[in-house]
Design a protein around this ligand. Structure first.
Ligand code: URP
Ligand code: ZN
Ligand code: ZN
Ligand code: ZN
Length: 510
């Protein structure tokens, strides 16, 4: 079942296939229903050299092409996960999934591209990027980068420019929480938002009030609550709502688009809804854990069971999950990521005596495509075309790489999945492909299985077998001024023209 050393439970039965995996492979996917964000059609898909060459019924090819039968199945763009942390140094440790193992897990679950967050090194964006270039060298699927901004001076501003103009990064994340490490204040947010606007880069926020989180944590410790439940109790939805509202208002004041990452609560979602209704360009990203889980496990008497659910913002009480699903289905929120940020049981145990030391993060990169299908499509909340939009196309559009990514059409990269709606999947830590030893979706079963994943024209997942190729993944440069920037200049001009001329006052009246 496992095909690569170091993947999943460590079994290495099949080795890494390379001969049959060249990207010059010719592939014909026959008889399926091709699904794009705007339409579905019965068509074949022909792939050559890693690129989709043709999408139409009854394509005929020579004997040298591999034929995949997709009768009764959906042929869709591979998933794009807009939010991951692979090989991240965080809270005194490093995520157990690096680029290679995290991406292998992703491919086994139908995700063919992800965008990871580069952390600056000693405040330097360039040093941070260099470190991530090293970390991602063995990549077995395509990936892009967001960049975190954790301090501010002229140098940061110059480096942001280099990132956008020379390094293919078009988004910057500002943490409003994690006081003492990544957290930024409103002054930095404003400077950062202005710079993002001038560069045509998307400003992203982790929206929680970090000062109030510290106060909440003090309260818990005073009450003697030191276990994982203290994590959720110390940073309630109101703190997420407040920071979301503040970031939205500041982005509105600057008139630049805003992307709110990991929206976990009704409170934050409603702020986004209000802003969008007023016409402000605000994007809300749900993550799988917030969409399908609730906080009940945090009260489990077994520490490791509870600690594996610790992430920030916290997974909320039952009710927020359903509200986020509804918001996603109605277009209030626009896409689904995972925030895949895995720590094993030993790492989670760093916080055995104090929830503040439990490394924050959950898995999801392998599970997202299945669980969004199961939760949203199987329940009738969204259509099959919506599914493609929410798991792939919208991310490609927002980060300005559509239609190279996020589409099944001639000229697009051959990142493709075949999903069988009548086949079933089951999730557990024993068989998953992440290196972590637990799974927050343990035991989940459902209908709708990704049976084949094609990455850059290679079949990398078929018959429950993974055939990943180290260093086959490409870094995808993302150009600035994506569609959210359309009209920004006109709105600026309108704002300026609405300003009255300065009132002329005579000195004599003083
Ligand atoms: O708990 C989380 N979300 N860990 C990853 C870092 C972040 O805030 O995204
Ligand atoms: Zn194998
Ligand atoms: Zn975050
Ligand atoms: Zn994150």
């Amino acid at each position: 079942q496992f095909c690569d050393a170091g993947i999943g439970h460590g079994a290495s039965t099949c080795g890494v296939s390379s001969s049959s995996s060249s990207s010059s492979t010719k592939l014909l996917i026959k008889g399926g229903i091709v699904v794009n964000a705007h339409e579905m059609e019965a068509a074949d898909v022909y792939v050559e050299g890693g690129i989709i060459v043709s999408v139409r019924p009854n394509i005929k090819v020579g004997d040298d092409a591999t034929v995949l039968d997709a009768t009764g199945k959906f042929v869709m763009p591979g998933g794009i996960d807009p939010h991951t942390h692979l090989g991240m140094e965080f809270m005194g440790t490093e995520t157990i999934d690096d680029f290679f193992s995290g991406q292998a897990a992703a491919l086994a679950g139908g995700t063919t591209m992800h965008i990871d967050f580069v952390l600056p090194v000693n405040g330097s964006l360039l040093s941070g990027l260099e470190a991530y270039e090293k970390k991602s060298r063995e990549s077995c699927m395509d990936y892009g980068f967001h960049m975190a901004i954790t301090k501010w001076d002229e140098h940061t501003s110059k480096e942001m420019e280099i990132m956008v103009k020379k390094k293919g990064i078009n988004s910057f994340k500002f943490f409003m929480a994690y006081k003492g490490s990544f957290m930024v204040n409103d002054e930095l947010l404003l400077e950062g938002f202005k710079k993002c606007k001038s560069l045509g880069a998307l400003a992203m926020v982790h929206a929680e009030n970090g000062d109030a989180v510290c106060e909440g944590q003090r309260r818990m410790i005073e009450l003697g609550i030191t276990g994982p439940e203290g994590h959720a109790l110390s940073r309630p939805p109101v703190l997420e709502g407040e920071a979301t509202a503040r970031a939205i208002r500041l982005a509105g004041f600057v008139n630049t688009p805003l992307y709110v990452v990991h929206v976990m609560s009704i409170d934050a979602m409603e702020e986004i809804s209000k802003a969008r209704k007023s016409g402000q360009k605000v994007i809300g990203e749900t993550v799988l854990s917030g969409l399908v889980l609730n906080d009940s496990w945090l009260w489990d008497p077994d520490f490791i069971t509870a600690a594996k659910y610790v992430m920030s913002p916290p997974i909320r009480v039952v009710g927020h999950d359903k509200a986020l699903q509804a918001a996603l289905s109605m277009g209030v929120l626009q896409l689904v990521g995972t925030d895949h940020c895995t720590f094993n049981s030993t790492q989670k145990a760093l916080g055995i005596d104090d929830f503040r030391k439990i490394p924050n993060g959950v898995n999801g990169i392998e599970e997202r495509m299945h669980l969004v299908w199961n939760t949203m499509v199987e329940s009738g909340q969204i259509s099959v075309t919506d599914y493609v939009r929410l798991t792939s196309t919208e991310c490609a559009r927002l980060f300005n790489i559509y239609p190279r990514k996020g589409a099944i059409r001639a000229g697009s990269d051959a990142d493709i999945i075949i999903l069988n709606p009548n086949s079933s999947f089951e999730i557990n830590a024993k068989s998953h492909h992440s290196r972590t030893d637990t799974n927050v979706y343990e035991g989940w079963k459902g209908k709708g299985k990704v049976e084949v994943t094609i990455s850059g024209g290679r079949v990398v997942w078929e018959n429950d077998e993974l055939k990943v190729v180290p260093s086959s993944g490409k870094y995808i440069e993302m150009p600035p001024f994506g569609y959210l920037f359309n009209g920004i200049d006109k709105a600026d001009a309108k704002y300026l023209s609405s300003m009255k001329a300065p009132v002329k006052r005579s000195r004599a009246t003083v």
